[in-house]
Design a binder for this molecule. Structure first.
Ligand SMILES: [Zn+2]
Length: 202
């Protein structure tokens, strides 16, 4: 049993949570069923207009997918989250936007389909914060590759049930996790079924 097992909290399928993480603490994000993608955002608590940026992170790291030891940086190029452990195969995505009402409309879903964008803004509002935009997320466990013709290839997660990634806060932060409600593509596994996830602050 992992040391954080007693501290785990659950995020229901299709919903999100805003999680304050103090500098030096670690957020453990558990893919309980192995098939679930979690969009992840991080904001500076001192000034939420400074937030984790995939563009700045790719530029800073000169890589597309952060790995253990890498720090993800903000819009001001300051480290905000460092990957300190990852028991999954390390397949995560920094390329694609959060799913949104517009995407589900394009898919032909009925109005009201939940989305990661909605989860972000609902979760921030629950703790009295807001963001005027939807920053590009760090898509945990999301299997997106670039093919030989530079096409984007979406596939099911490679993680196993119980795989987790551990992220250390490098400043006082608010991290938002969204258990992605995508049930049209295989991004949440071949069953196309969103699942609950768990996390702990340690
Ligand atoms: Zn989503």
């Amino acid at each position: 049993m992992a040391a954080f097992a007693g501290d785990l909290k659950t995020i229901p399928a299709r919903f999100g949570a805003a999680i304050p993480v103090d500098k030096g603490r670690e957020l453990v994000v558990v893919n309980t069923h192995g098939t679930q993608v979690m969009d992840c955002w991080a904001f500076s608590r001192a000034d939420v207009s400074e937030f984790m940026s995939m563009e700045h992170t790719r530029s800073k790291l000169s890589k597309v997918v952060p790995a253990v030891g890498d720090a993800l940086v903000t819009t001001r190029r300051r480290p905000i989250l460092t990957v300190t452990e990852d028991t999954s195969p390390g397949v995560h995505d920094t390329l694609l936007c959060a799913c949104s009402p517009e995407i589900y409309e394009e898919h032909g879903c009925a109005p009201g389909h939940r989305s990661c964008e909605q989860n972000l803004h609902e979760a921030l509002a629950e703790i009295g914060l807001s963001c005027p935009c939807t920053p590009p997320p760090f898509n945990l466990f999301m299997n997106v590759a670039v093919g030989p013709a530079n096409e984007v290839v979406r596939d099911a997660p490679k993680s196993k049930p119980g795989d987790y990634i551990r992220l250390r806060a490098e400043m006082d932060a608010v991290v938002v996790l969204s258990a992605c409600p995508q049930d049209v593509t295989v991004i949440n596994g071949p069953g196309r079924t969103p699942r609950e996830v768990q996390y702990a602050v340690v």
